[in-house]
Design a protein around this ligand. Structure first.
Ligand SMILES: [Zn+2]
Length: 219
């Protein structure tokens, strides 16, 4: 079927399959979306379809009220979360929600991941905060995750998983893979009984690099 958003839907499909191949989700869990221009539309993975069974036509286009625009399948049950991020963050062009294991462990334990790895601060913009608990798919979850996200590019979803955002799908996916690795490092260091955070002046300098990059993306 031809679609004016064929290239975008195919990019969402590829990112979803890569997310699954990286082990950041299993089965049909997690979801991927990209903003479609300035018209308050997004292309998003469908609800409850295993990643191996997805095709370009499975990717759904909805508006910001989650009303269907194109596609036969129901959109992801977390579409409200994706829309809330696009509304709150004009700089964000793609949102990826994963159920990766170590970020989920930190989310269950209610542990914010502090700035402990240089590349993390440059990519995320600071700590990875944990949202307040809210029911999956709810507007409350969308709001609590946006609050935990703030101006940064990742957050943990309490008792659920993680979310990574970026100017495009590539950036969002690489943030998701990075925070999973950093969560693993953090939790292992914690079992040794010692987690040394980066010096505050280094965190500040790295946050400045993060901000400079996100402003460049807006231009
Ligand atoms: Zn989820």
């Amino acid at each position: 079927m031809s679609s004016r958003w064929s290239a975008e839907k195919s990019a969402v499909l590829e990112a979803a399959q890569e997310m699954a191949a990286l082990g950041l989700v299993t089965g049909a869990s997690g979801n991927v979306s990209m903003r479609l221009g300035a018209n308050e539309l997004l292309a998003v993975t469908p609800s409850s379809v295993p990643y191996g069974d997805l095709t370009e036509d499975s990717i759904v286009v909805t508006d910001f009220d989650v009303e269907p625009v194109e596609g036969e399948l129901p959109p992801s049950s977390e579409t409200l979360l994706h829309v809330a991020v696009y509304r709150a963050r004009p700089d964000v062009g793609a949102v990826i929600h994963t159920h990766s294991v170590y970020t989920s462990v930190a989310a269950v334990a209610g542990l914010e991941i502090p700035p402990i790895i240089d590349e993390m601060v440059i990519a995320v913009g600071g700590p990875v905060k944990v949202s307040a608990y809210a029911f999956p798919g709810s507007e409350e979850l969308a709001d609590s995750v946006c609050e935990a996200l703030g101006p940064r590019s990742a957050a943990l979803i309490k008792n659920h998983g993680a979310v990574g955002v970026g100017k495009d799908l590539r950036e969002a996916l690489s943030v998701c893979a990075l925070i999973e690795r950093v969560a693993q490092i953090f939790l292992l260091a914690r079992t040794l009984g010692r987690v040394d955070e980066l010096p505050p002046d280094v965190v500040k300098a790295e946050q400045a690099i993060f901000e400079m990059r996100s402003h460049q993306a807006e231009v």
